[in-house]
Ligand binder design. Structure first.
Ligand SMILES: [Zn+2]
Length: 446
């Protein structure tokens, strides 16, 4: 990767997502190394400092877009697990698929994932791996230049778990700790660890309790699934005697350091628990539709003050990892219930920026402000489907923009996509390797 330099984007529309949610017209953003050095009206002095200049006319600069729930390990199973509900989808397709990975296929899956993310305008993600080979995912993010908070999946219990994924409680904790030692805070803080117990049905109570204690002790994030599917919720009640989120509360697993994917089926009491413990939620609208899980009550959660991020979940349940697709879905699907002004384009964008940052446990990304990390997604508004441009660039981006409108992507001060071309990865090579490894993995499924 090239060394970070003083880079200036000039004369652009800048959607800052600062506390006042300011949108600046004809403004400059100056980057100094990995940080944002200035934002605002252009000045000759600042321009003189920049060693590299991007003409921002016709472009909208957004904070780097953030996926708060993803499975890079599943991407090679895209288009091969359709027409199933969650538990059948896991037992019949996803778990056997994940169990057949080796380190090289995991690397190919992560490379394909991060190429797709960068090309579609995402700069960061919260990722849950499979049980093994998570070093390959970190290595891929290290080389791709993406910001990754991730961890190996933890599975020490459950029905239908293949032998290749079943691990002992102790082995699961040890492997997680070893990954923390190797990767947490690496690459200038761009790579961070998150404990990833899969969900209640594949984790013993002992494992969940130890994760809660260790996360607190090591100040590491917890990333798990909760209340995605109604059958899952019934089985959790059968297993624990409690509703899913209430069970997590009983294990002291909730808190601002925890992100729960989905939360489609919540009782009023569980909503209260999320609010009071400041637990983060990740909304995955496409995955919830495709697995026929239901519609999470996101506007209601947001109204109560719960922090909600946005994610694509795994490629086999979406089937795309396009954050613009999720933005549009999140902005539209709740409106029949809450009315046309019940959830705004700005609120949808908050999921993938300021709130996404919180869901990843990151305090220095998610908005364009002086001193924050230089993670930016730059969108070109010149395509026919964006014409004529309105005076509300946020609405234009959320309702009408597509990932193909992404022109440049910057992570930690480094350009990783320039003029739609990935700079850190050889796209043809990534696709070739993806095909090669997918052929082996999928042949073992059929
Ligand atoms: Zn998931």
């Amino acid at each position: 990767m090239s060394a970070a330099v003083e880079l200036l984007i000039r004369n652009a529309t800048v959607v800052t997502m600062n506390a006042a949610r300011e949108v600046l017209l004809d403004a400059d953003v100056l980057l100094d190394g990995d940080r944002i050095a200035s934002v605002g009206p252009h000045s000759k002095a600042r321009r003189a400092r920049a060693t590299r200049v991007i003409d921002g006319r016709g472009l909208v600069v957004l904070p780097g877009l953030i996926h708060s729930h993803l499975h890079a390990c599943q991407t090679l199973c895209r288009n091969h697990a359709d027409g199933l509900e969650l538990l059948d989808w896991l037992r019949e397709r996803i778990w056997p698929f994940e169990a057949s990975h080796d380190a090289a296929s995991m690397r190919a899956s992560a490379d394909l994932t991060f190429l797709e993310l960068i090309s579609s305008g995402a700069t960061a993600c919260l990722d849950m791996g499979s049980v093994h080979h998570y070093d390959s995912v970190f290595e891929s993010a290290r080389d791709a230049g993406l910001r990754l908070v991730g961890g190996k999946c933890m599975m020490d219990a459950g029905q239908g778990v293949p032998a290749g994924l079943r691990e002992s409680t102790e082995a699961s904790l040890q492997a997680s700790r070893a990954l923390i030692e190797r990767w947490h805070g690496a690459e200038n803080g761009r790579l961070r660890y998150a404990f990833a117990p899969r969900f209640v049905l594949s984790c013993s109570e002992g494992l969940m309790r130890k994760v809660a204690a260790l996360a607190k002790e090591l100040d590491v994030r917890i990333h798990t699934h909760a209340s995605e599917n109604s059958t899952e919720c019934d089985l959790v009640r059968e297993k624990t005697g409690l509703d899913n989120v209430a069970y997590f509360a009983s294990l002291e697993l909730l808190g601002p350091r925890t992100t729960l994917a989905h939360c489609v089926w919540l009782t009023a009491e569980e909503q209260r628990l999320l609010r009071e413990t400041r637990t983060c939620v990740c909304h995955c609208p496409s995955a919830n539709f495709k697995l026929a899980s239901g519609v999470a009550k996101i506007p209601e959660l947001v109204k109560q003050g719960v922090t909600v991020g946005l994610g694509a979940d795994g490629a086999p349940c979406n089937n795309t990892l396009d954050i613009f697709h999720e933005l549009r879905q999140a902005a539209l699907i709740h409106l029949p219930r809450v009315g046309p002004t019940g959830f705004s384009a700005m609120q949808a964008l908050e999921l993938a920026t300021v709130n996404g940052a919180k869901a990843l446990g990151l305090h220095d990304v998610g908005s364009i402000e002086v001193g924050k990390k230089a993670d930016l997604t730059v969108v070109d508004l010149s395509a026919p489907h964006l014409t004529p441009v309105s005076n509300d660039p946020v609405a234009t981006v959320v309702y009408a923009a597509q990932s193909r409108d992404v022109r440049h992507v910057i992570v930690d001060g480094h350009l990783v996509l320039r003029d739609r071309q990935p700079l850190t990865m050889d796209a043809a090579q990534v696709r070739r390797e993806a095909h090669r490894h997918a052929a082996r993995l999928l042949s073992q499924l059929d």
